[in-house]
Design a protein around this ligand. Structure first.
Ligand code: CP
Ligand code: NVA
Length: 333
């Protein structure tokens, strides 16, 4: 009996040791691009491209073999769900889709209990939800890596994919200019952080009252000091478009804002990316959009379905960018 116990104990101890993650980088969670260093940012981009190449060449990369990702969704999703599930499968792991309609979180169980319980089962948590604080609390109370799959404040995985796409089409990031026209929302915020980290200039044009969050702009300005990028927030879409290499917009009505739809459509009408506004950017500028898009509102068909739109490359890159994020935070790569 003594022998059996000591054997079990030894084995448990070994498992424990294996679980101590030896990071090549210090990335514990992926909640905001502002939290990562420029080296970590570059590492994630490189890893995304490596995994994309290996996927295309059919080279297996089971970096997360045997690991489980719990994916909490309190908002709808097409791209985020499919790309995380597929990505986890391609990395040799297993994803569990957890809709808030089905789990107790949706019936009022606390984030504290959810974080503690999930940490006993899974190796990482991806969450898409409303309040950003819930994601921070999940990371604080749980003991496994947390990945932000969109909050009302930020959408960092999307912007990693966006910047991979820009790099593929322009051959560089540093020194380029991105114009974001529309709502100062989660996309605007993560683009501010992403461009600042990548050394890209960014101009954000919004209607009055829909500006990006002041603290986020300040953080981006401070990050931009390190990379030398220029950050502008304006009410003038034409000014923002001038000399832009990349043009971006997003829905005028984000998830949770459905009741404001009629009012928003009126307020944002001069911020539509149409032929006239697009012509104010560089002649070889590209158009990106995180999707879902609403043609005839934030962008006209001729632009989003035109020759300079790269929206489906961008959507595909969600898979590769997020595999890099998962490999980094859950696999220590
Ligand atoms: N861009 C994006 O996050 O798409 P989904 O809402 O479909 O996940
Ligand atoms: N700003 C949008 C992005 C959707 C991917 C939203 O939050 O609904």
């Amino acid at each position: 009996l003594k022998y059996i116990f000591s054997d079990i104990y030894k084995r448990l101890n070994n498992t424990k040791k294996k679980k101590e993650r030896k990071f090549k980088m210090s990335l514990e969670h992926f909640i905001s691009i502002h939290d990562i260093t420029t080296d970590e940012f570059k590492h994630l981009m490189d890893l995304g491209f490596r995994l994309k190449k290996e996927t295309k060449m059919g080279i297996p990369h089971p970096i997360l073999k045997g690991k489980v990702l719990g994916m909490i969704f309190t908002k709808s999703s097409t791209r985020t769900r499919i790309s995380f599930e597929t990505g986890m499968y391609q990395l040799g792991g297993y994803p569990i889709f957890l809709s808030s309609h089905d789990i107790q979180l949706g019936r009022g169980e606390s984030i504290y209990d959810t974080a503690n319980v999930m940490s006993r089962f899974v190796d990482g948590i991806m969450i898409r939800t409303y309040a950003h604080q819930d994601v921070l609390d999940l990371a604080k109370y749980g003991s496994v890596p947390v990945i932000n799959g969109l909050t009302d404040l930020l959408h960092p995985c999307q912007v990693m994919a966006d910047l991979m796409t820009v790099y593929e089409h322009k051959g560089r990031l540093e020194g380029l200019k991105l114009a974001y026209i529309g709502d100062g929302n989660n996309m605007a915020h993560s683009l501010l952080y992403g461009c600042a980290k990548a050394g890209m200039d960014i101009s954000v044009a919004t209607p009055k009252g829909y500006e990006p969050d002041g603290e986020i702009v300040q953080n981006a300005v401070s990050d931009a000091k390190e990379t030398g990028s220029n950050i502008v927030v304006t009410y003038d879409p034409e000014e923002a478009m001038k000399d832009a290499d990349v043009v971006c917009t997003d829905t005028w009505v984000s998830m949770g804002q459905e009741a404001e739809k009629a009012e928003r459509i009126k307020i944002f009408k001069d911020y539509q990316i149409n032929g006239e506004l697009f012509s104010k950017s560089k002649d070889d500028s590209i158009f990106i959009h995180c999707l879902p898009a609403y043609r005839g509102y934030e962008v006209t068909e001729d632009i989003i379905d035109g020759p300079r739109s790269v929206i489906f490359d961008e959507a595909e890159n969600r898979l590769h960018a997020q595999k890099a994020v998962m490999a980094a935070v859950m696999g220590g790569i």
